[in-house]
Each structure stands twice: as C-alpha cells, then as structure tokens.
Design a binder for this molecule. Structure first.
Ligand SMILES: [Fe+2]
Ligand SMILES: [Fe+2]
Length: 406
C-alpha cells in the first residue's frame, strides 16, 4: 500500500488485497485519519474490488464516487462524521478535565462504564448512577489530592516502629485502648460514608472517584493500625457508646453528597485532625504518637477534598450555605438527648495527657483537653468562615458540633 501526501486528497493503493481479505482495514484507517467531509482516494487491482468497496462504503455510511486518471480508475470516498455502527455513538466528554467541555454538567446513564472521552455505541445499556451531576459532586482539586494521596501512602509495617519497647501504667494503657476503640468506630463511619457514595457516583467524574477510593483505602489502613495498637499489649477493644454511634449514624443517614461531605469531612474529619495532632503531642507511648501523626496527615487530605467540593458547589449555589447551617442545627437537636455522649473518650483523653493518676498530672491533662476543645472549635470556625459563613453564625455552628467530634 502507498500513500501520497502531496495529493489534494490522500490516495491509498490497496493493490491486490481484496475486501474479503482485509482491505477494509486499510481504507478504514486511512479514513479515520481524515476530518469529516474530507475525501480519500483508493485504487486497487483485486478482482471485483470496486463492487466490494462500494458495498462496504454504503454499509458504513460514506459517499463514494469514481474518477479516472492516468488510465486507472479510483474511488473517491467522502468520510462521514460518524459511520457504521458508530453513526449514532455518543461522545462522552474528554479525558483531560482541563479541556473545555471535558466534564459534562450531567452525565448520561447510557455512558455507563465507558472511559470519559470514549465514544459509546448506541444501544449500550443504561446504568443508574444516582450522582450524575457535576455540581453535586465535583471538586477542582480532586485529581491533585488523589496524586498526593498516592505519593503519601504508607505501609504500617514500615512506617510504624512496632518493636519499640514501652510500658504504661495499667489505667493509662486502658485509656489508650479506649481512645483507639473510639477511633476505630469513627474510622468505620469515615470509610462507609464515602464508600457508599462511591458506588452511586457516575464514573464520568473519575477524578472524584479516584479521590474517594483512595480515601476509603486510607480509612481501612487507619482501622488496621488503631486495631493493632489496641492489641499491642494483648487487649481487646473497649467500649462503644450509644451516643457515639447515634452521632455517627446521622452521617450514614445523610443522602446528599455535599451535606455529608460537609458533616463528615469539614466538621468531623477536620476536628479529627486536631484530635490526632493532640495524640501526636500528648500520647504517652511512641507507637500511639507515630500512628496519630500518620493518620492526621491522611485526614488533612480528606478535609481538603470536602472543602474543595463545597467551595465549588457554593460558588454556583450560595443557597447551599443555609442548608449546611440547618444540617448542623438539625443534627445538634437530634443528638441533644444523648446522655453521657463522649464521657469515656473525654476521661481517656485526660488520662492520656496526664500520663499517670496523680492530682497534679490529672490537673495538667484536664487543662490540655480544655485547650484541645478550644482548638477544635477554632478549627471548625476557620473552615466555616472559609466557606463563606458569616463569622457570628460560624462561631455558633462551630459550637453546636457533636460532642462525639465526628
Ligand atoms: Fe481516618
Ligand atoms: Fe478520613
């Protein structure tokens, strides 16, 4: 086969190759290289090739005419915009999200599992992904946060010094076990909430899909290391409170992705970062300090993803702000009757910061936990203000947040 680029329209010579022996591949590839409306010239010598070419062009939807030059007859095929089985195919945006119109404001159920940017053949099955609108899920830096997360993955066996020797007084070890038990419970919620949305998310929004998927993997790792810390000295998990679980259940019950992201990531995981930093500073053993530092780093990305999504949606939908405020108030009211919420965790935190059961140490631990509460509320306030909430209301909402922290 030869191609002459200098001709007004490209010319291919299929020589003696028949359409019953693969000649259509040469013609199709040459046509694919053309823009719609451009023409391709084809010549050949196989017996009956003209009839077979006409037949193929008709089936594919291309116009074909015949011309003669230099004593040879050749076909002039006009490339149709879409042809053959692909005539009614749907274009599904573009793979690069930075390209104009790469990401659709609404993703069609018929795009199904296709890679974004692929052409989907007509007749493909429809998939009912509930989260199919860009505004309700998109985040401008999900791709960056995913890349950061990939680079920051850590192996618990490598990153944590499990063999470091230490021995804590029994009540302090028990307090650490109680905090770890509480952390696992909260991590379970932090895993299930994004995992559920992940299964409902239209795959067209693949940057968010990836960010949520690695977030779920982060939480699985947190659950693993917190559980390993519980078992490190031969203990079983301690107590799980009704109030703590009631607080977490409100997160699992929230169907709106934006409100759930706000409650879980901005308010909850944001507060958790402060808690983990507290454990990193005040935990009585090196293992707990290391685990808290590693988990806090991951949690900061989860907060960033939630913030980024909310900033994106609030930009086009400022009225969402009052829905977010309402969600905090409603949750506070729903949990108001929960007796003793977080007592076990408070006491354990004081003991952890104290390091021993003496009046002076407990006084110190108590003061440090009071400071922790203020830092948590300040962090929530700062994030609320960044989301455009008026300072007075931000202060009030920061204070209404669940005593379970998440
Ligand atoms: Fe986590
Ligand atoms: Fe998280």
């Amino acid at each position: 086969m030869t191609t002459k680029a200098e001709s007004p329209s490209p010319l291919i010579d299929i020589e003696s190759l028949g359409f019953d022996a693969g000649a259509h591949l040469l013609v199709r590839h040459a046509l694919d290289a053309l823009m719609p409306g451009q023409t391709l010239r084809v010549m050949g010598t196989a017996p009956g090739w003209e009839v077979m070419l006409e037949h193929w062009c008709r089936a594919q939807g291309h116009l074909v005419q015949w011309q003669a030059a230099e004593g040879r007859r050749f076909a002039v095929i006009e490339r149709d915009r879409r042809y053959g089985r692909w005539r009614d195919a749907q274009q599904t945006g573009r793979s690069d999200p930075r390209v104009a119109e790469a990401v659709a404001s609404r993703a069609s159920p018929a795009w199904g599992l296709a890679a974004r940017g692929a052409q989907v053949e007509a007749g493909s099955p429809e998939f009912a992904f509930r989260l199919d609108q860009k505004a309700e899920v998109w985040s401008e830096n999900a791709a960056d946060l995913y890349a950061q997360a990939v680079a920051a993955q850590w192996d618990p066996d490598e990153a944590v010094d499990w063999l470091l020797p230490f021995d804590l007084p029994a009540p302090v070890e028990a307090a650490v076990v109680q905090i770890m038990t509480y952390l696992v419970e909260n991590e379970n919620a932090a895993l299930v909430v994004p995992a559920r949305f992940l299964g409902q998310l239209h795959l067209h929004y693949r940057e968010l899909q990836a960010a949520l998927a690695i977030q779920v993997a982060d939480e699985a790792r947190h659950i693993d290391v917190f559980t390993r810390r519980i078992r490190h000295k031969g203990h079983e998990p301690a107590r799980s409170t009704a109030g703590g679980q009631a607080s977490l259940k409100t997160l699992l019950d929230e169907p709106d992705f934006s409100i759930a992201s706000f409650m879980l990531s901005v308010m909850g995981e944001g507060t958790f970062v402060t808690l983990l930093q507290f454990l990193q500073r005040h935990a009585p053993d090196p293992l707990t300090r290391q685990i808290a530092r590693l988990a806090a780093r991951d949690e900061a990305r989860h907060v960033a993803l939630g913030m980024s999504h909310l900033l994106y949606r609030l930009n086009s939908e400022p009225r969402l702000r009052s829905r977010l405020a309402h969600a905090v108030e409603q949750r506070h009211d729903a949990l108001e009757g929960t007796a003793g919420l977080n007592e076990e965790v408070f006491d354990a935190l004081i003991l952890i910061a104290a390091g021993e059961l003496t009046p002076a140490a407990v006084a110190r631990g108590y003061a440090q936990v009071q400071t922790l509460m203020r830092e948590m509320a300040d962090g929530r306030y700062t994030r609320l203000v960044r989301l455009g909430v008026e300072p007075a209301q931000a202060k009030q909402l920061a204070a209404l947040h669940t005593r379970n922290f998440m």
